[in-house]
Design a protein around this ligand. Structure first.
Ligand code: SAH
Ligand code: SF4
Length: 419
């Protein structure tokens, strides 16, 4: 059910239990059966081998599973009508098609949706991990913002996620699982009831058309998982989200930018936010390790970059910090020779931050300078502020806001609304 955002997040009811297949061996309890959802072809092949599927059949069987899981969104093995009954029963006994657990679903008044997801621990003694995934609908596209880590090791001064310590990297299956949850909840599979509600795309067949790694975490510090996830997401026989529709945003892990370009090749976004090293050292501290010059050299060398495939430079507008006309001019100069788009992001305040968002006139003046230099510089409209879903506000509910923080947030939002 999708409606206007309610004050309190609603817990999501458990899905109906899966029907028992006729003649199936007694199924193990759900938690004992690993899910096949989010696995790549090699891992699906290994899962089939483990239940005795002969090697000569494995490729064909993997292709069948791939089709049902990723193209059709099957949630039950009984849907897999071209798989023999015997194999379906074997699969059902050993594996599940479970998605990550949805703890809370929130829908913003502007149609933005946010899910708090819980993943079981990877190791004994670890607590379950909670992360957030955000869906941002526009008329001609639907962008899903996925997380790559639980928390973040980097401490960018203006980012809420940065205040949460890193718990662990997500696996590729947990990254792909976020996309599967979003498509389930939106009914975004052929033949399903599509979600309806304000703000959803009206053009095109799909509701999730683009993926951005701009949720919690630094994707290039979870490199192996991100690489594997992108290969699964972009596979044309499955989810079919081509690499031009997948953007990895990084704070600037230079060696991994080079690897990402040569090994994977998605679109790239750089969290630049400052044009001088002394300021970027403070705002994006990884700059001390990989300063602006090295970062820009990696961008110039990024193999997938061209005029048709520009690199996005994200620039958060912080009042009195990085928003002067001189900064705008220096930004244009810095990006000379790089196929670039510039994304000006109004700072999204969060309780306890020392920063403020630049005034509207200041943002406009900045944007004009950038525009006159030949860059389209859309100012990214903040989305889903009422559910703390905008950039940098993601922080799992495991660290709940105190009552005082909530009041501070309400006051900020009320002030925004009056602007
Ligand atoms: N860790 C990666 C991706 C996640 S952050 C990165 O840093 O690129 C996604 C974008 O939101 C980044 O550009 C980040 O700098 C920006 N951001 C973080 N906190 C923000 C805030 N409070 N307001 C606006 N943008 C913010
Ligand atoms: Fe981590 Fe990105 Fe936030 Fe920096 S901006 S703390 S890299 S999530």
């Amino acid at each position: 059910m999708y409606g206007a955002m309610t004050e309190t997040p609603q817990p999501v009811p458990d899905p109906a239990p899966a029907p028992e297949p006729a003649s199936a061996p007694v199924a193990a309890p759900a938690e004992a059966r690993p899910s096949l959802v989010g696995l790549d072809r090699a891992k699906l092949g290994a899962a089939l081998a483990a239940i005795g599927v002969p090697e000569r059949e494995q490729r064909m069987r993997v292709n069948q599973l791939w089709h049902w899981i990723y193209l059709r969104g099957a949630t039950d093995f009984s849907e897999m009508t071209n798989v023999s009954k015997h194999l379906r029963a074997q699969l059902e006994a050993a594996y599940s098609l479970d998605r990550p657990e949805v703890v809370v679903e929130q829908v913003s008044a502007d149609g933005t949706r946010k899910w708090l997801l819980r993943f079981p621990p990877h190791e004994i003694g670890e607590s379950p991990a909670e992360i957030e995934t955000v869906y941002i609908p526009e008329s001609d596209r639907g962008t899903l913002c996925v997380s790559s880590q639980v928390g973040c090791t980097l401490n960018c001064a203006f980012c809420h996620t940065g205040t949460q310590r890193l718990v662990r990297n997500l696996s590729a299956a947990e990254i792909v699982g976020q996309v599967m949850v979003a498509r389930d909840r939106l009914g975004d599979y052929p033949g399903r009831d599509r979600a309806t509600g304000p703000g959803l795309p009206t053009e095109g067949e799909r509701l999730v058309t683009n993926i951005v790694f701009m949720g919690m975490g630094e994707p290039l510090y979870a490199y192996d998982s991100v690489k594997e996830a992108i290969e699964i997401l972009s596979d044309g026989d499955g989810l079919g989200l081509g690499k031009r529709r997948i953007t990895v945003s990084t704070s600037g892990v230079v060696p991994e930018i080079e690897r990402l370009g040569s090994e994977v090749g998605p679109m790239l976004a750089i969290s630049l936010h400052a044009v001088r090293d002394d300021l970027r050292d403070v705002l994006v501290p990884i700059n001390k390790k990989y300063p602006i010059k090295e970062l820009l050299a990696a961008c110039r060398a990024y193999p997938a970059a061209s005029n048709a495939k520009r690199i996005t430079f994200e620039y958060v507008m912080l009042k009195g910090v990085n928003d002067s006309p001189a900064d705008a001019k220096a930004l244009v100069k810095l990006l000379e020779g790089v196929p670039a788009k510039i994304n000006l992001i109004p700072f999204n305040p969060w309780p306890g931050t020392q920063y403020e968002c630049s005034d509207w006139e200041t943002i406009e003046r900045f944007s004009d300078i950038v525009f006159r230099a030949g860059y389209a510089s859309p100012v990214r409209t903040p989305r889903g502020r009422d559910i703390l879903a905008a950039c940098g506000q993601l922080k799992s509910e495991s660290e709940k806001l105190s009552a005082r923080e909530r009041l501070a947030l309400r006051a900020m939002m009320a002030a925004d609304a009056e602007d």
